[in-house]
Design a protein around this ligand. Structure first.
Ligand SMILES: [Cu+2]
Length: 503
């Protein structure tokens, strides 16, 4: 079971083989420059231009230094049904984990502002591109139009330009934790690694909780691996995610403290808003009660001691603090990045009481079940994911992404079943977190075993030599968008396709 991955011995093996393969990949980057040159020529190498002399001059000037602000993300709420705001993408220098760091950030902050909107709201965002390369925006988890200047990842906001995004959030949009980030093909990995992401919360989740829980304390826990440190600047043609020079951040801080009182129940919004790292989050002696996954409230609340977060994953959970003192909000040690990722944050449990029995007040369901098990399937499709790490080629159905090719044309109002097959060997460690824009899906089976879905999701990990079967309802919006591997390096290097919902 994908959710229970933390309790599976195999998973740790999987993760370490993944790490090893990434390490090998990075080392290939470091030493095989014949391939790098080929990529640089067609500008498909992430980061290729970031540290040109021109850019270094810009980021070292005192204007940009003066503006640096690596503090916690700013919360921006809609008002009277409208959220109007500006996102300025620019280079900044600041300190993370006491290391001087060069970043690409929104509004001068390591984590972009957290947007809070309500179903039915209109969102207007001016994206100002002060980078020396194109960028754009994707709203991960939102069920909105993919057209015009809505969640349209085919837009290209060139350097020096501003684009006015307008999103209409449907009145019946599910509440939950989503996020936004740059999604310009071939540059998204570098830009999100560099800092260009933030939370996008659809409010209203607590109204689905039992009355005593509707005013509990919230914590947003936006996890991001941040590989741009001073060493990275001098070795700019490789990701240092696996080279030991990254900082793991939560809300822009390294190892922040999260306060909770013993016996208190809080709502934690956990999100992996980084480009590639995956985490297993656990809090010793405590259990997570999952009330929403990928921004979708569950029809059956489920519990686990650990949660698996590939890039893009979110869980909204209730935690009733058990124990006292300082506990690591943890991930298993990774030999290539230790000690930075031994844990993401520290939880300070104050007091020592358990006067509240969680089972008495916790909900069992947030929304009515809308199981697709008996849905009429309009189309069955098979998507084969395969990697060529040697040549940095990542394919779906033996094809790399082509903006001029529409892979699938689902009909509006139908449900399709997609079998996602990972052809990569276990030894390669290439798990692929599948993500589709606009439309959430239900996981039906994993490796042939029926899967007991608790709700819908938009991101699912396809295990090596394994498969996942999903059912996708294509409701409400026509138009083109994409599905892809959310290990953004793979997506940038081809593992992405286009679907167009037609009438
Ligand atoms: Cu992948």
């Amino acid at each position: 079971m994908i959710h229970r991955i933390g309790s599976s011995v195999n998973t740790f093996g999987l993760l370490s083989t993944f790490s090893i393969s990434m390490f090998v990949l990075i080392m290939m980057f470091a030493f095989d420059h014949s391939n790098l040159n080929a990529f640089a020529q067609n500008q498909s190498l992430p980061f290729s231009d970031i540290y040109s002399d021109q850019v270094l001059g810009k980021i070292n000037d005192k204007d940009h230094l003066a503006e640096m602000n690596f503090s916690k993300p700013v919360d921006v709420y809609s008002k009277d049904g409208v959220l109007k705001t500006t996102l300025v993408a620019d280079y900044k220098i600041g300190k993370v984990d006491n290391k001087t760091t060069t970043a690409m950030v929104y509004n001068g902050s390591l984590v972009g502002p957290a947007f809070h909107v309500y179903p039915g709201d209109r969102v207007e965002i001016d994206l100002v591109n002060n980078l020396r390369e194109s960028t754009n925006l994707h709203f991960h988890g939102l069920h909105v139009s993919p057209g015009n200047t809505s969640d349209n990842i085919f837009l290209d906001v060139q350097p020096g330009k501003t684009l006015h995004y307008i999103l209409d959030i449907p009145k019946d949009h599910e509440p939950g934790t989503n996020w936004y980030h740059s999604h310009l093909h071939m540059l998204s990995y570098g830009q999100v690694s560099g800092g260009l992401s933030g939370l996008f919360i659809i409010e209203g989740l607590e109204e689905l909780l039992p009355e005593p829980l509707q005013n509990i304390t919230h914590q947003t826990i936006a996890i991001k691996d941040f590989p741009f440190d001073n060493l990275w600047v001098t070795t700019h043609d490789l990701s240092n995610t696996m080279s030991g020079h990254e900082s793991l951040t939560v809300n822009g801080e390294v190892n922040p403290t999260i306060n909770i009182t013993s016996g208190e129940t809080q709502l934690w919004r956990l999100a992996n808003i980084g480009s590639e790292n995956e985490y297993i989050i656990k809090l010793p002696g405590n259990t997570f009660h999952v009330i929403a996954e990928d921004g979708s409230p569950v029809w059956e609340v489920w519990n686990n001691d650990s949660l698996f977060f590939p890039s893009g994953k979110r869980f909204d959970v209730l935690v009733t603090a058990n124990g006292s003192g300082f506990l690591p909000l943890g991930v298993p040690p990774n030999p290539f990045t230790a000690p930075y990722d031994s844990h993401v944050a520290t939880v300070n449990i104050q007091g020592n009481q358990t006067n509240e029995k969680p089972a008495d007040i916790l909900p069992t369901s947030l929304i009515p079940r809308s199981d697709l098990s008996n849905a009429t399937i309009a189309e069955h499709r098979v998507l084969n994911f395969s990697s060529n790490d040697r040549d940095y080629i990542y394919k779906i159905n033996n094809k790399t992404f082509d903006v001029n090719r529409t892979d699938f044309k689902p009909k509006l109002g139908t449900v399709e079943e997609w079998k996602l097959v990972n052809l990569d060997k276990i030894s390669s460690g290439n798990i692929h977190p599948f993500h589709i824009h606009i439309n959430d899906f239900q996981v039906m089976s994993v490796n042939g075993q029926p899967y007991n879905a608790h709700g819908l999701q938009d991101t699912v990990m396809i295990p090596t030599e394994g498969d996942v079967v999903i059912r996708i309802p294509f409701d409400d919006f026509v138009g083109k968008s994409v599905f892809h591997c959310h290990l953004m390096f793979h997506g940038d290097f081809g593992m992405m396709g286009i679907f167009e919902v037609v009438k």
